[in-house]
Design a protein around this ligand. Structure first.
Ligand code: GCU
Length: 716
């Protein structure tokens, strides 16, 4: 009995320790194992002096204390004033004494309002380190950066770091419904517990804020773009206010989605026509009511006249009318309107990929100053790979906000290990050529190509109430990487992976090196086993789980995978060149020219832009059919390599996370084979060709794959 009880307690303790590891994200603050490194830290920092006393300053101090104690194994002395040497001095510019100010004065000109300075200085001949910025939130960003240096075992001896975010609005978009289901969410239910709010403040809200601020995220849209007007009623606003109060000291603003028909649904009006005075007034009053509760409310995100959502077009008005009317309502309070350009119409027979550009580009320069147009990274919908959206660079007089999807709707849900910052970086580094060479997407969205008052980037959140927040331990890296790229869209995704691995798992090179490599190849692997060579939108319908290239009977043509791959006896691919829908003409001439002919089109985008015969010769000399098949096989092989790599890591990390990832990789392997077999059987009917050597034969029939049903698929 006693020993049984012991076993029980042992299991319970080890379970909760493991759960904590999963929960703690990249802020593990694990004990530093390298004695030289620990010694350097202990010698360089002997005490902390915090000069501020705001809520935010208290968070900075607590975070430092907690991080330091855990990593160094000894408490750091908190001092009330600067005495002796080797102190860490934290405080905003105005809190610094004049002698400190003097040593770093010119640096303040080099940082923005949110930027920070971490600097080793000599003060009366004594060595100190200062972490400062123009306000307390900027200091907190600096504190997190300092802690990251320690977490990643970097030297802190001679510091001179000046860093400012390059993008103003760095926000998560939660597609969370009020009943706590999450659209396209694969990590449990919504964090926001509307029933218990406002009185019950879940520790999760605080830890969510910590995690976000540690990577520089400064905004959160709490609700789904497919909006529910109820969120704008006092009953809910009171709860939103409670969340805003939690997030404020962390520098995170709250935004809500605005359902365009709200004036009718909750306001008792007969119309939601943006040109109707009563409607405009209703929104003005609503804004006033919200700002009274939440003076730093960020503003509204709006999905209008898209996939059945109401919008200005219901009243014969356009997107500019709708956005500007809402912009007027929030402008007196400094709010912004994030108006989405994700539109395609059932009444437009045009290539879906062309519709957002066709509709929005002519509006360039017509939106009010506090409107920012939110554009998905590609013109279809967050596919494993899409060429960059042609709107980037094509609306120089309008701020455009990037929308990435962190949740893996089309990339294997939270079961597949896919490191998305690689994808994000590929898009950000794409050259639009809109003002000649070097006009990258990153330069469009950070306003360096055409100056903009507002700049922004949004990531559709992959967060839910699962213990590990994101469903897959490695999906945490996608949240992390989004935040880092939002701060600096020029960062290298490999460096981000390195930081993340060290903060989350271990600094051991034998672990970091191979696992980083595994992460870096994971994005290409998913492209290979799902949609190689520019294929897209061939997933199964509704839930989007698994392959469905055969689907052809949905009411709207552009919902069907057959619309996108156009496979027939003659070949495969969507002709978007001059001989087809001419979508290529939406790009700058240099890009258009490159995409327009199959010889110059990068092969990764080949079938996105061209319909080619099965015998078309690829650059490596293979026929298109053979090349396609081999890519599917390569994807499967890559997952196997990922498994092999992971299996070597057991001795470096905790058993629980090791096992979790191992099981998930096994599912990924199974599903990669499923994608390969289903797609090859389906396309093989048209190519009528054999599988080339080196490719495994499918073990099931096409009919079997078509018959599969998934009533349990989440996120629908
Ligand atoms: C995709 C997704 C929807 C979502 C939509 C959007 O179509 O499947 O669930 O609402 O994008 O971004 O608005």
């Amino acid at each position: 009995m006693t020993s049984l009880r012991f076993v029980f307690w042992f299991l319970l303790i080890s379970f909760s320790a493991a759960a904590q590891k999963d929960y703690k994200l990249w802020l593990q603050y694990d004990k530093i194992l390298n004695p030289q490194v620990a010694q350097e830290y202990n010698l360089t920092v002997k005490g902390v002096v915090s000069l501020g006393n705001s809520e935010t300053s208290k968070i900075s101090l607590k975070e430092l204390e907690n991080g330091w104690t855990n990593m160094l194994g000894n408490k750091i002395e908190i001092k009330s004033k600067i005495e002796g040497e080797n102190n860490l001095i934290i405080g905003s510019q105005s809190s610094l004494s004049s002698d400190i100010q003097k040593t770093i004065l010119s640096d303040f000109d080099k940082i923005s309002n949110e930027g920070f300075i971490i600097k080793s200085i000599l003060l009366k001949n004594k060595k100190q380190i200062v972490i400062t910025g123009k306000n307390d939130v900027a200091v907190l960003y600096g504190v997190y950066r300092f802690l990251r240096l320690v977490q990643t075992n970097k030297s802190i001896k001679n510091l001179s770091i000046l860093d400012s975010p390059k993008i103003n609005l760095r926000v998560l978009n939660h597609w969370d419904n009020l009943d706590r289901t999450v659209e396209r969410g694969y990590a449990g239910f919504s964090l926001w517990n509307w029933q218990k709010l406002p009185d019950f403040i879940d520790q999760r809200y605080i830890d969510y804020a910590r995690a976000n601020t540690s990577i520089g995220i400064n905004g959160t849209v709490l609700t789904n773009v497919n909006a529910n007007a109820l969120i704008l009623t006092p009953q809910y606003l009171e709860k939103v206010e409670a969340l805003a109060n939690v997030f404020r000291p962390y520098g995170i603003k709250v935004y809500l989605t605005a359902r365009f028909s709200a004036p009718i649904e909750i306001g008792g009006l007969k119309t939601a026509d943006p040109k109707d005075n009563a409607v405009a007034n209703w929104w003005k009053e609503k804004a006033k009511e919200i700002y009274k509760r939440i003076p730093d409310f960020g503003g509204f995100l709006v999905k209008a006249n898209s996939e059945g959502q109401p919008g200005p077009q219901n009243y014969g008005r356009d997107h500019v009318d709708g956005a500007n009317m809402l912009a007027d309502a929030v402008a007196p309070f400094g709010g912004v309107i994030m108006w989405r350009a994700f539109v395609y119409s059932e009444h437009d027979a045009n290539d879906r990929a062309k519709q957002a550009y066709a509709e929005f580009q002519p509006y360039d320069g017509k939106f009010k100053d506090n409107v920012i147009v939110q554009v998905k990274n590609g013109a279809i919908d967050f596919q494993p790979r899409e060429p960059f959206h042609p709107l980037f660079g094509a609306m120089p007089k309008t701020p455009l906000m990037m929308e990435f999807q962190i949740t893996q709707e089309y990339l294997g849900f939270s079961t597949h290990l896919v490191y998305l910052p690689k994808l994000f970086q590929e898009v950000l580094a794409s050259d639009t050529y809109q003002k000649g060479k070097g006009a990258t997407v990153a330069k469009v969205i950070d306003g360096s190509l055409s100056p903009q008052k507002l700049t922004g980037i949004a990531g559709v959140s992959n967060i839910g109430n699962d213990i590990n927040w994101t469903g897959h331990p490695f999906a945490q890296a996608n949240w992390y990487g989004f935040g880092r790229l939002a701060w600096d869209p020029y960062l290298d995704s490999e460096i981000i992976a390195d930081e993340w691995l060290r903060g989350t798992f271990s600094n051991n090179e034998n672990f970091v090196k191979p696992v980083k490599q595994m992460m870096m190849q994971s994005r290409e692997a998913v492209v290979n086993y799902m949609t190689p060579l520019g294929l897209h939108h061939i997933m199964d319908t509704g839930h989007h789980y698994g392959p469905g290239p055969w689907v052809s009977d949905l009411s709207r043509p552009e919902w069907n995978p057959t619309y996108y791959h156009k496979a027939d006896k003659n070949g495969i691919g969507f002709d978007r060149s001059k001989t087809g829908t001419n979508a290529t003409a939406q790009y700058a001439p240099q890009v258009e020219k490159m995409f327009d002919t199959s010889e110059t089109c990068p092969e990764i985008d080949l079938l996105w832009f061209h319909h080619l015969s099965w015998d078309y010769k690829l650059k490596n000399g293979q026929t298109l059919w053979n090349g396609l098949v081999l890519k599917y096989q390569e994807g499967v092989n890559q997952v196997q390599e990922m498994q092999n790599t992971w299996n070597t890591t057991e001795k470096y990390i905790d058993n629980e996370r090791f096992k979790e990832v191992q099981m998930l990789l096994e599912i990924q392997y199974k599903e990669a084979k499923w994608w390969r077999d289903a797609c090859l059987l389906y396309f093989g009917q048209y190519s009528c060709k054999e599988l080339p050597a080196g490719v495994e034969k499918p073990t099931q029939s096409l009919e079997y794959f078509k018959s599969l049903k998934f009533p349990f698929a989440p996120g629908n």
